[in-house]
Ligand binder design. Structure first.
Ligand SMILES: NC(=O)C1=CN([C@@H]2O[C@H](COP(=O)(O)OP(=O)(O)OC[C@H]3O[C@@H](n4cnc5c(N)ncnc54)[C@H](O)[C@@H]3O)[C@@H](O)[C@H]2O)C=CC1
Ligand SMILES: O=C(O)[C@H]1O[C@H](OP(=O)(O)OP(=O)(O)OC[C@H]2O[C@@H](n3ccc(=O)[nH]c3=O)[C@H](O)[C@@H]2O)[C@H](O)[C@@H](O)[C@@H]1O
Length: 491
């Protein structure tokens, strides 16, 4: 990567930053900026007063900020250090925008639910509303930074909106600065990013704006990790990176199906492949299927973009990553049903983990939601335990939005346990849906004692020691591992 070279002229320093959107990205990202740049005043704003109140919530009896709206290891400590010093959370959006030299737009860009492009295109309503607000209230020129993940050329729409609606004489330089943090490791990803990507117009003003944003990151990120590109490349790189990451998981999950049918072990296959420096070892863990708010949404967005560009083969190629993911989830729940003698009706199924991955309380697109819905359709009694997801969120996720109000039916069929062992009590099967460390270290002997027999474990994350569990008496299915095949030639 070429080191970022700043323009020769002296750059006006950034003194005040406003971040519009206090969610999973805006909150942690701008908190880390505040931590590393004590000379910059950072104000994070949101239209949701409950979210802002939670960011401002007081410490609990032990002095910990346990009620922040986002759970991330290390986040509470950083908020505690900076809040009230140079970090503020507010609902006064207009004031924060007006005072800022630089505004991050970090609002949600979900998949459109209706209208043109429904089910594929990104809903840019929130980005447009924020941009219009910036235009309406600004009394000084600013740098506007797209932090949200957006389709290619969104910056051009933002520019048109700003130029048509702002006071005369003001100038807005628009940059793309996509975020690559992963939930659960957000603070370390932000403190030590693989790269910071900044896209700008290839004009002198564009390059100066990029250099001013880079100077913020340079407080803690080495220059060689700051990569500047054109605006459209930067926007597309974010969609491309997520598509490539998700594609790796779908590829390894496709291999997992072959492993299960042949007796090969997906961990060994992934390790053997990952030793090739061109492939690399990371992000090759077979699973019940990927979740999270972005992989599916961003690939759908790429599919829509490809179709709009009249590239149906490209669209079909990326769509297959999602098709494989959906199939992986269904394949896993079908395995549970077929192993439990083809019926789980009235059987108690303990689902361990509901978040889309460990170390987060986020459940968006979590594979556990699909599994639990499938188990409900089979009329099982589902007992769920997750260390970080609140009961209300689990019920919300399992309720089907639609004409029929099924809240009562869900509550009759699904209960929430306070511990993993409580979930296991009386269960016919344990399904590991999220790779929380505590499930690795569960007292599996105790779990076996309190379960119905035969006691089954379905490990959708490949985290338990299947041999040790079999020695206890469990019947174990691990994703990507076939049954112990006894080959007559060798026995
Ligand atoms: N969640 C993640 O790990 C990552 C998300 N992204 C992208 O970042 C963007 C934000 O994602 P999240 O933070 O997860 O979303 P989120 O839903 O957690 O947060 C977005 C926030 O923006 C607020 N908002 C919406 N319109 C607003 C407006 N006009 N004025 C003020 N506030 C407004 C919402 O109330 C909400 O609190 C998305 O484009 C996403 O694709 C990128 C990298 C990682
Ligand atoms: O744009 C985004 O939102 C972010 O999406 C992902 O981050 P995130 O979804 O938070 O978490 P990941 O660690 O990528 O995991 C996504 C899903 O894939 C699953 N996964 C991950 C890795 C793996 O090897 N196998 C696997 O099944 C996880 O369990 C999880 O369900 C990307 O990793 C981030 O770089 C990106 O910024």
């Amino acid at each position: 990567m070429l080191p970022f070279s700043a323009p020769d002229q002296a750059l006006a320093p950034i003194r005040r930053i406003c971040c519009v959107g206090a969610g999973y990205v805006g909150g942690p990202t701008c908190t880390v900026i505040a931590l590393n740049c004590p000379s910059i005043i950072v104000t994070i704003v949101d239209v949701n007063p409950d979210r802002i109140a939670a960011w401002n919530s007081p410490p609990d009896e032990e002095g910990n900020l346990s009620n922040l709206p986002v759970y991330e290891p290390g986040l509470a400590e950083v908020v505690k250090q900076c809040r009230g010093r140079n970090l503020f959370f507010s609902t006064d959006i207009d004031a924060a925008i007006e005072q800022a030299d630089l505004v991050f737009v970090s609002v949600n860009t979900p998949t459109k639910k209706s209208g043109m492009g429904a089910g594929f295109a990104a809903d840019l309503h929130y980005v447009e509303a924020s941009t219009r607000r910036i235009a309406a209230v600004s009394t000084s020129s600013k740098i506007i930074v797209e932090k949200s993940t957006v389709p290619c050329r969104t910056a051009a729409s933002m520019r048109t909106i700003l130029e048509s609606n702002s006071r005369p004489g003001l100038r807005f330089d628009i940059l793309s600065n996509p975020e690559f943090l992963a939930e659960g490791t957000a603070i370390s990803d932000l403190q030590n990013p693989d790269r910071v990507l900044i896209g700008s117009l290839d004009t002198s003003a564009g390059r100066i704006a990029a250099a001013r944003l880079a100077s913020v990151y340079e407080h803690w990120v080495p220059q060689y990790r700051i990569y500047t590109t054109g605006l459209w490349s930067s926007e597309l790189s974010k969609l491309a990176a997520n598509a490539l990451l998700a594609q790796r998981i779908s590829s390894v999950n496709a291999m997992a199906a072959i492993c299960e049918a042949t007796g090969a072990d997906v961990n060994e296959v992934a390790h053997a492949c990952g030793l090739d420096a061109r492939i690399g070892p990371k992000f090759l863990r077979a699973s019940v299927g990927f979740g999270g708010s972005c992989f599916q949404k961003d690939i759908l967005n790429l599919v829509y973009l490809s179709e709009s560009l009249n590239l149906p083969q490209v669209a079909e190629y990326w769509k297959q990553v999602i098709t494989m993911n959906e199939w992986s989830k269904t394949r896993f729940s079908n395995k549970v049903v077929s192993t439990l003698f083809n019926t789980i009706t009235e059987k108690r199924i303990a689902v361990l983990g509901f978040a889309f991955k460990k170390n987060t309380g986020d459940t968006r697109e979590s594979a556990a939601i699909t599994l639990c819905r499938n188990f409900r359709q089979e009329r099982a009694k589902v007992v769920i335990y997750d260390p970080k997801v609140p009961q209300s969120q689990i019920y919300l996720d399992l309720t089907e939005p639609g004409v029929v109000d099924d809240r009562e039916a869900v509550r009759q069929q699904v209960t929430i346990a306070c511990s993993a062992l409580e979930a296991c009590a009386g269960a016919e099967a344990v399904v590991i849906a999220t790779e929380w460390d505590e499930f690795k270290h569960l007292d599996w002997r105790k779990a076996y004692q309190i379960m119905s027999k035969p006691a089954f474990v379905f490990d959708g994350r490949g985290i338990v020691d299947a041999k040790a569990l079999r020695a206890i008496g469990f019947k174990v299915h691990s994703v990507g591992k076939g049954p112990e095949i006894v080959d007559p030639i060798w026995s």
